[in-house]
Design a protein around this ligand. Structure first.
Ligand code: SAH
Length: 185
């Protein structure tokens, strides 16, 4: 009855709070520490993903769908790397070959690894994607890794919430120093 409903509501709140806590941890630690966090507490990953899915469901648009539309307008022969792929929504929505990387495997498609060090040859992909996944304080190392696996003239797609950027211009000029030219923002 009523106490059951109250209990459910309280449990939801606790899960939401744990999601925010883990999210904050991921944004304030290095990717190596994030890897350690989920390895030592696999539960944390599942709580994180439930919270993530709930949050995104409330947004007017899920950026992963924008990226799906972008890829569908381009040749299916383009090879894609999805850094921080989550549940592989992207890979399951396009015909392209998509290499899926995450810290924990929510799907058999996922290669478990730290996105700062993915098991791909240099210059082997056409499109590198970070959809709400540019986490970790070692951004430079992560973006250098994307640069390494991208072919010359390849495309980097980043989707992040605006509040993630204290100074967007500084971020774009840092990207330019890493070898990326801004085509569209
Ligand atoms: N791109 C997906 C999931 C975004 S959630 C989508 O848009 O639906 C962010 C994902 O990045 C999480 O699954 C998280 O585990 C992953 N992630 C965070 N840090 C990572 C790291 N260092 N290496 C690999 N994946 C990481």
């Amino acid at each position: 009855g009523r106490s059951g409903a109250l209990r459910t509501r309280m449990e939801e709140r606790l899960l939401a709070a744990r999601f925010r806590y883990i999210n904050q941890q991921l944004y304030t630690c290095s990717s190596q520490e994030a890897a350690r966090l989920f390895r030592s507490d696999p539960d944390a990953f599942h709580i994180y993903h439930r919270g993530f899915a709930r949050q995104v469901a409330r947004w007017p648009e899920n950026p992963v769908q924008r990226i799906v539309r972008y890829l569908r307008q381009r040749p299916a022969s383009l090879v894609v790397a999805d850094f921080g792929c989550g549940d592989c929504t992207l890979a399951s929505s396009v015909r392209n070959k998509v290499h899926c990387f995450d810290l924990v495997a929510l799907s058999p498609r996922v290669t478990v690894c730290d996105m700062a060090k993915v098991p791909l040859a240099a210059e082997s992909v056409d499109v590198a994607i970070f959809c709400l996944a540019l986490m970790g304080t070692n951004l430079q190392e992560i973006l250098e890794e994307a640069n390494r696996v991208l072919k010359q003239g390849g495309t980097l797609l980043l989707a992040e919430v605006a509040s993630r950027f204290a100074d967007l211009r500084a971020f774009l000029s840092a990207l330019a120093r890493l070898g990326f030219r801004c085509v569209s923002k």
